[in-house]
Every structure is written in C-alpha cells, then in structure tokens.
Design a protein around this ligand. Structure first.
Ligand code: SAM
Ligand code: SF4
Length: 325
C-alpha cells in the first residue's frame, strides 16, 4: 500500500499537519488572548492522543501516502514526549520529513534532542524583535527565549523559517527589522496574512502586497523564486544582499486550493480535510477501538476522497489553537 493518496479531484495528498496539543505558554492576541472573563478551555488530558496513539496514526498515514508531517498546536513544545513523537514518525520508512511549527520558547534546551530524533526543520513564530511589542502581541515577556531558540537551530544547521503575522497598529514598526533577519541569517522570513479564524476575525489583515511594497522601498526590487517541491502556498522572493529569503503566505486570497496537498489532525485526533471546513472524521475513536494501521489506512484513503474543492473561512468556528495552525 504505497501508492499516492489522492482525493476525488485528483490532488495528491502527501502532507499532514498534526496538532499535538491545544495547550500553549503564550497568549497571542489574534489566537488565544489573555482574557480573565473568557479563559481558554483546553481538552481534558485523556482526550489528547498519546505518543503511542499518534504513532499508530502516523504509520497508517504513511502507508496511505503521507510523506511529510508538521507538528504544531497549540504549542508542540508543551509536550514532554515530543522527541519520542518525532523519532517514531521520522523512522517510518515512507516518511521524507518531520518538521515543527513553534513559538520557540524553551526550544534552545530541547532542539538537540529533537534534531537527533530526526526533526528536519523548524518554523518559528516571531511577530516582533522589540521586547515590549512582542509582549503586547504574545501576552508574555519571552522574546529573548524565542530568539535563543532560533539561534540554537541555526547553530545545529537546521533549516529555519520565521513566521510573522502583521497586526496593524501593533507590529508595523517590526516588519523591516524582521525581514532584516534574513540579511545575515540563512532563514526565510515569512509574512502570513491574518486569517479570519477565531480571534483573528477582530484584526483586519494587512495585505501582503503592502508589505512587499514596503520591503522593495527599503531593499530594492525582489525576485520571485520558482516554487520548490514542498513550498506550499508561500510565494518566495530573493532580495539582493540577503543570505536568506522572504516569503508571503496569503491564505485569504491565495487561490491555491487547486494544488492543496494537505490534511490536518487536531489534538484529539479529529481529521480535517481543509482548514476552512469542519471536522471530517475521528481517528482517535478508531485507534481506541483497536483498529490496525492497515484498517486506519483504508479508512483515511476513503475519507480523503471527500476533501472539499476549496474553502472560504466561513464554516470553521473554532480558534486557530484548537485547529492547529
Ligand atoms: N504555537 C505555535 C506557533 O505559534 O508557532 C504553533 C501553533 S500556531 C496556531 C501556528 C501559526 O499560526 C503561528 O505562526 C501563528 O502566528 C499563526 N496564527 C494563529 N492565528 C492566526 C490567524 N488568525 N491568522 C493567521 N495566522 C495565525
Ligand atoms: Fe500559542 Fe502559537 Fe497561538 Fe501564539 S499563535 S497563542 S504561540 S498557539
């Protein structure tokens, strides 16, 4: 069972994003804001898949055709068994890449073990390089730890992307300094348009075309790089004199549904075939009733056929930290 995993439209699905937890140690204003009147309600511990359960699912997904897994959340570093998860997933014979999206708080101390376990790359969310501005957006004063995490990844030679969500009126002054990280570091600094999901609905998106104009005014004309095999929805640009590159993700207007190759699993093992649509299936229930990886593989193959043609944010009611960003 190693052929491609295809949906009814003929799209090859080889990329799985797994939210390994809904917990987080930050309180970003557009995701899980600090609000004493409305504290986040997390899943009970027993609802989260254990490492063993995720590894059964990952085995089935790899048999079905998944070749890349991204661990996300919530904050994946909240799981103490993260290296075990990475190791188990990266060891699957069909798996080409296991990567992670993280806020990088506490990453410096753990990246060695994660790399040894097989982690192939890290996307770090960093919305500011100015301490107070970071604290206002992330709700916690932990920018220095996040930057330590980035440095530690670079020292180990891991590919790093820095994700910034531009928030009008909050981090406008930081877009150029963040882009400048790619002058000396071989990182891709990516600007992600705010999506109208959960708390993000309260923040009007800053169009990426505006950021691009700003960058071109500061650094000169940028040149688009032709899309790589796993570039996904990002458009990537080279800037003269930069060691790294700049990327733009315009999920609101990307027009990239026809080439979408991804599905998602939430922390309680629900499968989402599209970011914009509600849950489509329950892997946890199947794992906990003893289904074998072969049975799960067959189920996933049938489920994926129903991947929606496209989406427009209207149907998904849950916040990003519950879906897995
Ligand atoms: N905690 C990890 C982190 O922050 O990288 C992983 C989970 S977080 C939900 C993943 C990404 O989603 C982050 O880069 C975050 O900035 C982004 N994000 C959260 N809410 C968003 C929204 N409404 N629109 C666009 N991106 C969002
Ligand atoms: Fe946590 Fe990431 Fe959401 Fe920020 S964006 S609150 S770090 S899950």
């Amino acid at each position: 069972m190693s052929e491609c995993l295809k949906d009814a439209m003929g799209r090859t699905i080889d990329y799985l994003r797994i939210s390994v937890t809904d917990r987080c140690n930050l309180r970003c204003v557009y995701c899980m804001p600090e609000d004493p009147d409305r504290p986040p309600v997390f899943l009970p511990e027993e609802a989260l898949l254990t490492a063993g359960e995720w590894l059964i699912f990952a085995k089935a997904a790899a048999m079905a055709g998944i070749r890349k897994i991204r661990l996300t959340g919530g904050e994946p570093l909240m799981r103490q068994d993260l290296a075990e998860l990475v190791w188990g997933m990266a060891s699957l014979p069909q798996m080409e890449q296991v990567v992670m999206t993280t806020n990088a708080v506490g990453l410096a101390q753990r990246i060695g073990a994660l790399k040894n376990a097989g982690l192939a790359g890290v996307n770090v969310s960093l919305d500011s390089l100015e301490r107070e501005c970071y604290r206002r957006i992330a709700g916690r004063d932990r920018m220095a730890e996040a930057l330590d995490g980035v440095r530690a990844c670079l020292e180990l030679g891991l590919p790093v992307k820095i994700n910034c969500v531009p928030v009008r009126g909050l981090n406008d002054s930081q877009w150029i300094p963040l882009a400048e990280l790619a002058v000396k570091w071989p990182v891709q600094v990516r600007f992600i348009e705010m999506m109208p999901i959960g708390e993000g609905k309260a923040f009007p998106p800053v169009e990426n075309s505006r950021i691009r104009q700003l960058l071109e005014r500061n650094f000169g004309p940028v040149t688009e790089v032709s899309p790589g095999k796993r570039q996904g929805p990002a458009r990537v640009f080279r800037v003269p004199g930069f060691a790294g590159s700049i990327g733009f993700i315009s999920a609101v207007s990307c027009g990239c549904c026809s080439s979408c190759n991804r599905i998602r699993a939430t922390a309680d093992g629900k499968i989402k075939l599209c970011l914009h649509h509600p849950v489509n299936g329950d892997a946890r229930e199947r794992i906990r009733t003893g289904k074998s990886p072969e049975e799960l593989c067959g189920w996933l193959r049938a489920l994926v056929r129903d991947k929606p043609k496209d989406g427009a944010f209207t149907d998904e009611k849950r916040p990003m930290w519950k879906i897995g960003g």
